[in-house]
Design a protein around this ligand. Sequence first.
Ligand SMILES: [Fe+2]
Length: 351
Amino acid sequence: MSASVKSNSPERQRFYGRLRQQHLAPLWETLHALVTREPSTPIQSFKWDYDRDLLGLVQDAGKLLTAQEAERRVLILENPGLPGQASTTHTLYAGVQLILPGEVARSHRHTQSALRFILQGSGAYTTVEGERIDMQPGDLITTPSWTWHDHGNETQEPMVWLDVLDIPLVKMLDASFAEPGQQEKQSTVRPLGDSSVRYANNLFPVDWIPHAKYSPVFKYPYLKTRETLSTLSRNGDPDAWHGFKLRYVNPATGGPLLPSIGTFIQLLPQSLRTLPYRSTDATIHTCVEGEGETRAGDTVIAWKARDIFVTPGWTWLTHTATSDAILFSASDRPVQEALGLWREERGALTA
Ligand SMILES: [Fe+2]
């Protein structure tokens, strides 16, 4: 008699029924799916095409409801493997947010950590903890856990950005708190760019002791990021697996900007085809400049500026740039590293 027949025997099924009544379950039926030899995930590779789909749809959302009605006018980028779960990966949520000229996305705070990566438009602002931050394409802006933030657009053009938050992770931990602001817009208590000058110039105020779990710098401007990538690409050869890949850092710790979200930027020189690489963190990517394609396992994703795509963890990735290309990416790598779970593997040319 085979094991499967045995497992379906009436005696066993009756026994399982008795277990269910007592809120018990037989581990031997699920162990193989719980403790796998390698990661097994429902997360799928998927690309959202900005010009063809995302921009038009988020603009239509702008015609249907105001930012005030929506609180935040965001289209969630739902992983096809996790439908209806407001999740792009198991731990992270990504969305595309639109704010039209004259609009304000009112002040609030929450325990979820967030970042904005600016896709389109120029000069709208996010205010974080009383500091107004000007936003340009390619800028990375953080609104860490429990910091007050609101967004406004006093320019003449729509502004669109990619939001990445640890919403699914915080939901899993049942640790969500949120609070609306007293005012629609925070009062500005620090001058424009104050945190960048105070903490991002290789100098700290002499008596300052870092106390938060996040970077004291709220804006990582693309101008500086781009200049760094360009200089490095002139000064040396690209890494075979990553091209020129950098991680954004908290200057106080050398660690990530947010405790739950790692952020990365990489320049892939024209014609570079990276060697296969995999790591355990499912990753959200957006192309900042140029075009190319990413092979993720058996899936090939062609991308160009502002497209957004997600790749599952522990899947072989190979990037090919058809022009000089820049990719921004975000993942839960800091969480996995904190728990001693993060792994990576570099493949050979034939892998
Ligand atoms: Fe928020």
